[in-house]
Write a protein that binds this ligand. Sequence first.
Ligand SMILES: C[S@@+](CC[C@H](N)C(=O)[O-])C[C@H]1O[C@@H](n2cnc3c(N)ncnc32)[C@H](O)[C@@H]1O
Length: 269
Amino acid sequence: MLATSESFKSFNKSPYRSSKHSTYFNTYDHLFSQYKGKKITFVEVGILGGGSLFMWRDFFGPDARIIGVDLNPNAKKWEKEGFEIFIGSQSDINFWKAFFQAVGPIDILLDDGGHTYEQQIVTAEMVLPNIKDEGLLVVEDTHSSYMKGFGRKKYSFIEYTKHFIDKINYRFGRFEDKNADMKVWSISIYESIVAFRINKPATGLLSEIIDNNGANDNAQDFRDFDSIPDVVNNVFISQLLKIKYFEKMYGFIREVWNSNSTKLKRYFR
Ligand SMILES: C[S@@+](CC[C@H](N)C(=O)[O-])C[C@H]1O[C@@H](n2cnc3c(N)ncnc32)[C@H](O)[C@@H]1O
């Protein structure tokens, strides 16, 4: 797979050093191929030896605006190669404010900076509102969330991502939407990479049940037949459940029965 990867070819063509994990190239191809040859703005946090700037220029093509961000002022030298370089810290809110004022909205940001939780989370919070529809925030080396020396594990980047998953599901109309977040449409998880996709029209759709008005064959809903004891699920009982009092009692039995977690424990090891 690596031999046929377009991003791996660009990586090998780069005249300057870059090191990436071998598993990343298939993910890059999967996430970024749709932008090849397009007039996009691509930002990478973390320049180091400059090799990845050349890799992305080769991969996306000459119409892409390639921007690098680094704390090291020496990285400014890559400007003479036609890249736009911004010097500052990715964990500095004011740096990002000035950055977006200068650059405007972007299509993709790849975070390959310092990998501390603070750097990754502040970057995500500042960058997500400035990504165009169909754009991406891609954070790599997210295995730092399981390693020592990158911050408090309770507030790791992966914990932030899990919290974001809740915020996306909280958009479902029956929950309190104060817990919801409208910045991100979807989150994809790859090995050591998390990708956040932006799509404001899709994110803003109200979650409601829509019926296609097709012919109704009155199929019985078997949703509880494998989770509640058979005694509750015979036809007589299902008629009884149409009465409010029994329906309430059934709700209680369902709650107690489904909260028996011992069967599932083994999947959480
Ligand atoms: C892993 S290297 C980048 C490698 C490069 N993307 C490549 O593929 O060759 C990390 C870079 O992040 C930079 N960096 C570290 N902390 C930073 C911060 N707080 N803000 C911006 N850049 C930072 C370092 O100076 C270093 O150049």
